[in-house]
Design a protein around this ligand. Structure first.
Ligand code: FAD
Length: 380
């Protein structure tokens, strides 16, 4: 099995991000959430420390860290705020298809830009009419000589309003389904690219989620990522490598819920004793511990398999599905442990509950993860 112990560098990384979360994220999280304010200053500090682009290979100026380290970063940041964690980690998501299939020139240009200049990039598969069903993408590309003309809209795009470039997926012909999909890198400043509506969300409110429109955007071969028709495979390979981060978000959120609940349960009194002495509360807290540890094990395992160079779709989906569902249950129970106070903004657990819900939706819903898992199991 996998050795899940942290080495010296990983321990130092965790210490650094834990300190960062305590000093830079937790003090501002509630206000950013309340105002739905993009965490520009917090991310600048994360960018200065290099971990906004942790998966960008060292030869292009990034930290060149693996999936395992990315999960460690995810866990620590989401302890403070899943919105900040989502914003910080989105560059890695956008960069992954380029790392996997980009040309040398593309890597130097676009990955280089992320590390040389404080900026954001977005990954865009989803559309108003195609989320879970990636092959239902309608954003169209049309070949015109050596050029590609892009038309369509992408919805729910994390950091969409702030991105310098978008890694998008478009189809040459919707009837070709997955065989028609191709990836392109689209600089934001090209003519025809525009940012539309910003979503007003239940949770993860400081993260920017926007619609992006492409109106006769002219691209060249330099913008094509991988081969034409390979987009679906590339999108799925990307998700395999990024879904463990959502397991990391879930784990960090649960650890925060547990810490808040333990402190409250040892202090709040009901019926003459602290509520932590009531077995009903004890069992909820015990279940939180079980779910948190199980999520960590699944997530670390998926990351280790990927860093070992092996295929890990099913493990990434185990981590994502279990972690997201567990985080939702844990956060809901955390509100219960706090009673009426848990339902107010006086304590952070109501935010944990709102934030946890997203983990079951983005990067493939909990149902989609089960489809992936079942497909792998039934084809063994
Ligand atoms: C805050 C936020 C940030 C996001 N960031 C990004 C981003 O950066 N880039 C990006 O590309 N996308 C992003 N998304 C989009 C996200 O990935 C999609 O919302 C998600 O994949 C679900 O798609 P949908 O919303 O269209 O729901 P639908 O696909 O319409 O699904 C609706 C419901 O039906 C279920 N369902 C659908 N098909 C099946 C099936 N075959 N079997 C069983 N159940 C099914 C789903 O699980 C879900 O419960 C983001 C979304 C949010 C909310």
């Amino acid at each position: 099995m996998w050795d899940l112990r942290l080495n010296e560098e990983q321990t130092a990384l965790v210490d650094m991000i834990r300190r960062f979360t305590k000093e830079e994220v937790i003090p501002v999280a509630a206000e950013l959430d309340e105002k739905s304010e993009f965490p520009l200053d917090v991310c600048k500090k994360a960018w200065d420390l290099g971990f906004m682009n942790s998966k960008v290979p060292a030869e292009y100026g990034g930290l060149g860290l693996g999936v395992f380290e990315s999960v460690l970063i995810s866990e620590e940041l989401s302890y403070g705020c899943v919105g900040v964690a989502t914003t910080v980690l989105a560059n890695n998501l956008a960069a992954t298809p380029l790392v996997l299939a980009g040309t040398e020139a593309q890597k130097e240009k676009y990955l280089g830009q992320l590390v040389n200049e404080y900026c954001f990039a977005s990954y865009a598969t989803s559309e108003p009419g195609a989320g879970s069903d990636v092959v239902g993408i309608r954003t169209k590309y049309e070949k015109q000589g050596d050029d590609y003309l892009i038309n369509g809209s992408k919805a729910w795009i994390t950091n969409g309003g702030h991105a310098k470039w978008y890694l998008i997926f478009a189809t040459s012909d919707a009837k070709l389904r997955h065989k028609g999909l191709t990836a392109f890198v689209v600089p934001r400043d090209l003519e025809g690219v525009s940012v539309g509506k910003k979503e007003n969300k239940l949770g993860v409110r400081c993260s920017d989620t926007s619609t992006i429109h492409f109106d006769n955007v002219r691209l060249t071969k330099d913008h094509l990522v991988g081969e034409e028709g390979d987009g679906f495979k590339l999108a799925m390979r990307t998700f395999d490598r990024t879904r463990p981060d959502i397991g990391g978000f879930a784990s960090g959120l649960m650890r925060r819920a547990i810490d808040e609940c333990v402190a409250y349960a040892n202090e709040r009194k009901a019926f003459g004793v602290t509520i932590g002495q009531h077995q009903a509360i004890q069992f909820m807290i015990a279940d939180m511990g079980i779910k948190h540890e199980a999520t960590r094990l699944l997530t670390y395992t998926a990351a280790k398999i990927l860093d070992g160079g092996q295929q890990a779709s099913i493990y990434s989906s185990y981590a994502k599905a279990f972690g997201a569902d567990a985080a939702m249950q844990v956060a809901t129970d955390a509100v219960q442990v706090f009673g009426g106070y848990g339902y107010t903004k006086e304590y952070p657990v109501e935010k944990l509950m709102r934030d946890a819900k997203l983990l079951q939706i983005y990067e493939g819903t909990s149902q989609v993860q089960r489809m992936v898992i079942a497909r792998h199991m039934l084809s063994r």
